[in-house]
Design a binder for this molecule. Structure first.
Ligand SMILES: NC(=O)c1ccc[n+]([C@@H]2O[C@H](COP(=O)([O-])OP(=O)(O)OC[C@H]3O[C@@H](n4cnc5c(N)ncnc54)[C@H](OP(=O)(O)O)[C@@H]3O)[C@@H](O)[C@H]2O)c1
Length: 276
């Protein structure tokens, strides 16, 4: 039986959101969950306009409004034009999700091999993008707004996945920025948090060579993901939507891991000892 839609089921009705990299992968999962809760969503992309429009159609199927906006988050001047478009279309913003990935596969390189050009590219599409994005969107954000940045806990806190060096160190910087921005924006009731995704199906992981994807997902299903499956974009959407709820207004400056418990597993102890 379908339930009639009530305000309780659409708690973000009347809110305006911008999700960078909202056209595909985790960003799409976040866009769709925000739309399901009633928010109007600006869907940022860089290349794949068809994917962005397809996501917009799904937003509308949820009975929500939105528009697509092409902008390269690595270019500060494109943040400025994205802000103009958000102002023209929405007039204001309540939720800003910094999720766009950049060309990760282009700057995957171990610490002693990564080139200066790769390092600069990772900085521009990650730390600098978040820094510029928050300052550009802050003037559009209304009181009690929400800022969420996507991160990866093992990349920002551990060191085992060597080719992730440029991305992981930038993610650590963004998590630190969340804490500083949280205090800077607290007087306006705006919260700023980092959400760390687990290894996610239907994301950049699916662009890796088939054997690499299969090996990673099989590893998680073998028990290293305590809930027995990889993370899904909708899992991140749910977490971000929860942080955007009225009840989450006292949570700020935090790094929240959304990986079904995978990061709680110990690499020092055999898997069999860690099974319930
Ligand atoms: N996938 C994982 O397992 C995982 C784990 C932890 C954290 N994360 C984080 O989650 C976020 C999303 O990753 P994902 O795996 O969902 O990526 P994805 O599936 O590859 O999607 C990337 C999205 O970012 C957009 N994009 C890429 N470069 C951009 C740029 N310079 N400017 C604006 N938009 C750009 C793409 O737009 P187009 O469609 O136009 O190309 C697309 O919408 C990233 O911050 C990533 O670090 C991912």
């Amino acid at each position: 039986m379908t339930q009639p839609q009530t305000n309780a089921s659409r708690p973000l009705q009347g809110k305006f959101a911008l999700v960078t990299g909202g056209s595909r992968g985790i960003g799409r999962g976040i866009v769709l969950k925000l739309a399901e809760r009633g928010a109007a969503v600006a869907i940022n992309y860089i290349k794949d306009e068809a994917a962005a429009r397809d996501t917009l159609a799904k937003v509308r199927a949820h009975g929500a409004e939105g528009f697509v906006v092409r902008a390269d988050v690595a270019r500060p001047e494109e943040w400025a034009s994205m802000a103009v478009q958000v102002r023209e279309q929405f007039g204001a913003l309540d939720i800003f999700v910094s999720n766009a990935l950049g060309n990760l596969l282009g700057f995957m390189s171990p610490p002693m091999q990564v080139t200066m050009a790769q390092w600069d590219e990772s900085f521009q599409c990650q730390s600098r993008a978040f820094f510029v994005g928050v300052r550009e969107m802050a003037s559009l954000l209304r009181e009690r707004g929400r800022i969420v940045n996507l991160s990866y806990w093992p990349g920002s806190h551990l060191g085992g996945f060597l080719p992730y060096f440029a991305m992981g160190t930038n993610k650590a910087a963004q998590e630190a920025m969340c804490r500083y921005f949280a205090l800077a924006l607290a007087p306006r009731g705006i919260t700023v948090n980092a959400v760390c995704a687990g290894i996610t199906d239907d994301s950049i992981v699916n662009s890796l060579p088939k054997e690499a994807q299969e090996a990673m997902f099989a590893w998680l299903r073998s028990g290293w993901s305590p809930m027995g499956r990889p993370t899904l974009p909708a899992d991140l959407g749910g977490a971000v939507a929860a942080l955007c709820s009225e009840d989450a207004g006292w949570i700020t400056g935090q790094t929240i891991v959304v990986d079904g418990g995978a990061s709680l597993m110990s690499p020092e102890v055999p898997l069999d000892f860690q099974r319930p």
